[in-house]
Design a protein around this ligand. Structure first.
Ligand SMILES: Nc1ncccc1[N+](=O)[O-]
Length: 239
């Protein structure tokens, strides 16, 4: 997968070269380019923003540098991802969808946002996905790109040593994951549930499913209703 990130704060994206993402780059699973939007300005002050038409506080990112940046980075297989508070919720399903792409371009907005015509023009020549990480406002899209990249890259084949963990993890099966334990068997008078040390894999699977259902019902009841709700067996309903 090829990923290009356009930002006025390239240093913010330095963590992309660390740990698993760095390893994915080193093994050729992923190549990442981080680009300073100001490279595509043409004035001496390298201006990227201006006052909003219609008045209002703050500044808006000018379309010209963005247009030039996308002109030089886009390929026929590009998908443009714009992290923004006005985007659709970013979910594990979005992460899977992005992980299936061969080339992603991330546009990191700052200030009050990017001139809408940048999105509209880009939409005429590539798929554009505006995503939000949550109902709060960050200074810009850079931190959101780090989150999205982590969620997407770990889904790429070969990045995670044990692909099985993808199947079991939270939000993969539509439920929150059951609690996890490791040695020692007792710690500060707290014991590991006996079932997990029984060696009875059938009953362990049932216990984990029950704990997932209980945890999801109490913390995220919204995940148990609606189109993405998981299929519940008769045993599930008894929980
Ligand atoms: N919440 C956000 N605030 C600013 C930029 C991007 C954002 N987001 O969620 O992707």
């Amino acid at each position: 997968m090829r990923v290009d990130v356009v930002t006025i704060f390239p240093d913010y994206l330095a963590p992309l070269s660390l740990s698993l993402i760095g390893k994915a780059q080193a093994t050729g699973l992923l190549s990442v380019g981080v680009h300073d939007l100001r490279s595509w300005t043409s004035d001496v002050h390298r201006t990227v923003d201006d006052t909003p038409y219609g008045g209002g506080p703050g500044m808006v990112m000018r379309p010209e540098p963005w247009g030039a940046a996308l002109d030089s980075l886009a390929t026929p297989s590009s998908r443009l991802v714009v992290p923004t508070p006005v985007g659709a919720p970013f979910t594990q399903a979005t992460a899977h969808s992005l992980a299936a792409e061969s080339q992603l371009i991330f546009a990191c907005g700052r200030y009050e946002g990017i001139d809408q015509r940048v999105i509209d023009h880009a939409s005429s020549r590539m798929p554009v996905t505006e995503v939000s990480l949550g109902d709060y406002v960050l200074f810009g899209g850079e931190v959101a790109v780090l989150v999205i990249m982590e969620a997407v890259v770990r889904l790429l084949p070969g990045v995670l040593g044990n692909a099985d963990s993808l199947a079991e993890e939270s939000h993969a099966a539509g439920l929150l994951e059951a609690p996890v334990y490791t040695k020692p068997p007792a710690w500060r008078e707290l014991a590991v549930p006996d079932i997990l040390r029984s060696g009875d894999h059938g009953r362990i699977a049932r216990w984990r499913r029950d704990e997932s259902l209980r945890r999801t019902a109490s913390r995220r009841p919204d995940m148990l209703v609606g189109p993405n709700a998981p299929e519940l067996s008769k045993a599930d309903r008894a929980v």
